[in-house]
Design a protein around this ligand. Structure first.
Ligand code: GLN
Length: 477
């Protein structure tokens, strides 16, 4: 685990070697130093984080215990925080300031977290490169000219560059796992429904999931344990016992069955990424795990299914931005002109493309051919997972066919970008939890990640496996 993990800070805090105020100052100066190049944060709450650090120091000095006291968190620009602007990195939400905390924010705040700032992202979380933000692109933490991944690129780059201990992101089709892999940090998407979506501005409601970027599994577990659990404000949040992931750490891979789905090692996969995963699979076997092939025949339909359903949901969710209720408004004499001018100027190109695609697949003549058909395929993808988990405890796959992309590389050809989501979207179609952990370095100096997918609501096994795997890969210390 690296120097800037929360697990390490927590021990230093407990032994009196540091204070919340010192931790806050450390990260504020790292942001001042590195953010001008990275563009990972679009808003930094310097006064707020100092005030909060002093308050937490006072609480701790009374002997009170808070599980996340001193955790400095970046928050993706799609989660509502009381009195902070939230814009989804879009022009259309400029000037919008919510008056409430998202449920995850309220829970983390009560547990002692400090929110340092808003992280940049693709507009409305649509994208895989962080190039569509109204605030401009986020840069890769170590490689000039390369994207950090997306859509939660700001969160990934901020953690990788040491601007905060951890960051919240959202994963609708891979937006936590893919940028985590590109930037070399741990990206974790829990089971759909495990974490409340109340206060998360919707992209595609039946896919959206709040996830984390951290340096180690221990931090991901500690944050999930606080965020998880049923919420009366989100009807899709799952009831049942919330997990105790911290309790299963340190994890081990011994005795676990890792399934390697043939369909996830297809032609377009980068040879070095494939090689790195094979190496890890070999290390797993040598450490007492079983590695078995599994068959997931509907994987190839994942991208098409995802882009039909996510666009359909987005077109409906984004209908509310009409210049009347939130943020940006273009003045016009007639009401209909105000609506259309506001949306024309307020939304960027990629968002408009998705809204048009979504409206098309939902329109009367095409509903059965596209939307209804895609819903049926979604069920088949879920069945692939049910079947695979009869034989395997965890699935081991690539995160992305590539270890990175250059700026502009996918801009000309959006289909290429959509296809690069092939290994991540299936988990969101099925609702299963997913984890991306760093396992090595690519010859181009980029990072290589591997994806682990778990049974629904079994985050404990997934995180335990990830922890054991990072030890084997030499990416945990
Ligand atoms: N790249 C995918 C998309 O653009 C996933 C985005 C996400 O997970 N938010 O839809």
């Amino acid at each position: 685990m690296s120097v800037s993990s929360f697990a390490r800070t927590r021990r230093a805090l407990a032994s009196g070697q540091t204070s919340c105020r010192q931790i806050a100052e450390h990260f504020l100066s790292a942001v001042a130093d590195k953010n001008p190049r990275l563009n990972a944060f679009t808003h930094v709450d310097e006064a707020g984080v100092r005030r909060r650090a002093d308050y937490l120091d006072a609480v701790l000095s009374r002997g009170d215990k808070l599980p996340l006291a001193g955790l400095v968190l970046g928050v993706k620009d799609v989660l509502c925080i009381r009195d902070w602007p939230v814009t989804c990195s879009s022009r259309i939400l400029q000037g919008h300031t919510p008056r409430f905390d998202a449920t995850v924010i309220a829970r983390l705040r009560a547990a002692g977290a400090l929110f340092i700032g808003r992280t940049n992202c693709d507009e409305f979380a649509m994208g895989s490169t962080n190039e569509t933000s109204y605030y401009g692109p986020v840069r890769h933490p170590t490689r000039d000219g390369w994207v950090p991944g997306g859509s939660s690129g700001g969160s990934a780059a901020a953690v990788a560059a040491g601007l905060c201990h951890a960051a919240l992101g959202t994963d609708t089709g891979g937006s936590v796992r893919q940028p985590a892999a590109f930037c070399g940090v741990v990206g974790f998407k829990p089971t759909y429904g495990r974490v409340s979506r109340n206060g998360l501005i919707a992209y595609a409601s039946s896919f959206d999931c709040v996830g984390t970027f951290t340096h180690c599994i221990e931090d991901a577990a500690a944050i999930l344990d606080v965020m998880a659990g049923v919420d009366g404000r989100d009807a899709t949040s799952a009831s049942g016992v919330a997990p105790d992931c911290t309790a299963v750490l340190p994890g081990s891979v011994r005795g676990l069955r890792f399934g390697l789905p043939n369909e996830y090692f297809s032609d377009g996969l980068d040879a070095e990424v494939q090689e790195a995963i094979k190496r890890v699979a070999q290390q797993l076997k040598e450490s007492g795990a079983e590695v078995i092939p599994v068959h997931m025949p509907h994987t190839d339909y994942g991208v098409a299914t995802y882009y039909i359903l996510a666009a359909a949901e987005a077109s409906s969710n984004l209908a509310r931005y009409d210049g009347v209720r939130y943020g940006y408004r273009v003045a016009a004499e007639a009401l209909a002109d105000m609506y259309s001018s506001t949306r024309r100027e307020g939304f960027g190109f990629e968002v408009k493309r998705r809204v048009m695609l979504g409206t098309y697949v939902l329109s009367a003549g095409y509903y059965d051919a596209y939307y209804a058909k895609a819903q049926r395929v979604r069920t088949l993808v879920r069945k692939d997972f049910d079947e695979a988990f009869k034989h395997a405890d965890v699935l081991l796959t690539p995160v992305s066919p590539v270890a990175g992309a250059r700026f502009g590389e996918w801009g000309e050809d959006p289909l290429k970008m959509y296809l690069s989501d092939i290994y991540t979207v299936t988990a969101n179609l099925a609702g299963v939890p997913g984890l991306s952990v760093p396992i090595g370095t690519h010859s181009q100096g980029l990072r290589i990640g591997v994806q682990l997918l778990g049974r629904p609501f079994d985050e404990e096994t997934l995180l335990g496996a990830g922890d054991g795997l990072m030890v084997l890969a030499g990416t945990s210390d």
